[in-house]
Write a protein that binds this ligand. Structure first.
Ligand code: IPM
Ligand code: MG
Length: 370
């Protein structure tokens, strides 16, 4: 018998715990019906961890994350902690996890599910069938570069400093992830930077092109400036297959791309580290939406992005493609059946809460597996 798969569950703040509860149903279902067992450990993160132990993520939770085969993350933050100091923001938990687990490749799909095509603020004919993947570098760039800080100048005024910095190995390893993904998709990669104004962007462009020429001649590679990419994403998003970009541009462009789908509550993400010699890699999975404090505790949050994050976990951490697809199909079927949480409510559909949505996914899984 292979060892059970070790999962660390970090529900976090706001709607995190409620939607994670619905994922538990899906995990239980997998246990029962597919004979795959998971060892689950749960810990606090974000504001909940600040309240309990004065830090956004404890060393115990970090150790557990290092030991786990995969981390399933909810969301962090809320008004209660927004006035805390810069060093005590709930968001630091996710930055520490990315950095200490070496989670450099942040995969952010933007998919328009057919039953939700009208939810987009863009015209249906622009977004129908959209399926793009943003690969965002997530342990480097201006988020982590030094020097950084706020200093006081001799005349008493201040200066805030951050540094955009990328090395060739950092660019190559994330570009490699993008090229490999493209091979499973439409074999198209668009690399995004600002090489017209930034040296780090010029090195980015040259490095991605050199890697493509040396190892990925089967991939069609294009380059785009980040500002143009923002415009193209709104003008004609289906021109893209895989986009690869740095940390800050990826942060902005992935929010933009997610809104093309009109349903933030639907989008999962994965953040992957480098595989070791045995193929094992650290990985974290989380919905793209935040902790939504305004609706927390009301039982109305959409659990689908968290459930779809679990599907990504099965795909990328355990190569369980068939099970990942099963869960994805169950989620789409629930939507086709007309069930909607308030965030994606449409005329003629039935408005349901978090729990009913979670139960409906499990019922669909039963049907699909029958
Ligand atoms: C994201 C978030 C984070 C980021 C914040 C919470 C630190 O916006 O995952 O996109 O900027 O990376
Ligand atoms: Mg962001």
């Amino acid at each position: 018998m292979p060892a059970n798969k070790k999962l660390l569950i970090l529900p976090g703040d706001g709607i995190g715990p409620e939607i994670m509860h619905e994922v538990r149903r899906v995990i239980d279902w997998m246990d029962r019906r597919r004979a795959v067992s998971f060892d689950l450990t749960e810990d606090l993160v974000g504001g909940a961890a600040i309240d309990a132990s004065g830090t956004p993520i404890s060393d115990r939770a970090m150790r557990r994350a290092l030991e786990a085969d995969a981390v399933l993350f909810g969301a962090v933050g809320g008004p209660k902690w927004s006035s805390f100091g810069f060093d005590l923001r709930p968001e630091l938990a996710i930055l520490r996890l990315r950095s200490e687990l070496g989670l450099f490749a942040n995969l952010r799909p933007a998919i328009v599910y057919d039953p939700l095509v009208e939810a987009s603020t863009l015209k249906a004919e622009i977004v129908r069938g959209l399926d793009l993947m943003i690969v965002r570098e997530s342990t480097g760039g201006i988020y982590f570069g030094s020097p950084r800080g706020i200093e006081t100048l001799p005349d008493g005024t201040k200066r805030g400093i951050n540094t955009e910095v990328y090395t060739t190995p950092e660019i190559e390893r994330v570009a490699r992830v993008a090229f490999e993904l493209a091979r499973q998709r439409q074999r198209k990669v668009c690399s995004v930077e600002k090489s017209n104004v930034m040296e780090s962007g010029l090195l980015w462009r040259q490095t991605v092109q050199a890697l493509r020429d040396a190892e990925y001649a089967d991939i069609a590679l294009s380059h785009m400036y980040a500002d143009n990419c923002a415009m193209q994403l709104v003008r004609n998003p289906r021109q893209f297959d895989v986009i690869v970009t740095g940390n800050l541009f990826g942060d902005l462009l992935s929010d933009l791309a997610s809104m093309l789908t009109g349903s933030l509550g639907m989008l999962p993400s994965a953040t992957l580290g480098l595989p070791d010699a045995s193929g094992r890699r650290h990985a974290l999975y989380e919905p793209i939406h935040g902790s939504a404090p305004d609706i927390a505790g009301k039982g109305v949050a959409n659990p689908l992005a968290q459930i779809l994050s679990f599907a990504m976990l099965l795909r990328y951490s355990f190569a369980m493609e068939e099970d990942a697809r099963l869960i994805e199909r169950a989620c789409v079927n629930v939507l086709s059946n007309g069930l909607r949480t308030p965030d994606i409510m449409a005329p003629g559909c039935a408005k349901v809460g978090t729990q009913v949505m979670g139960e409906a996914v499990v019922r669909e899984l039963d049907k699909l597996a029958a």
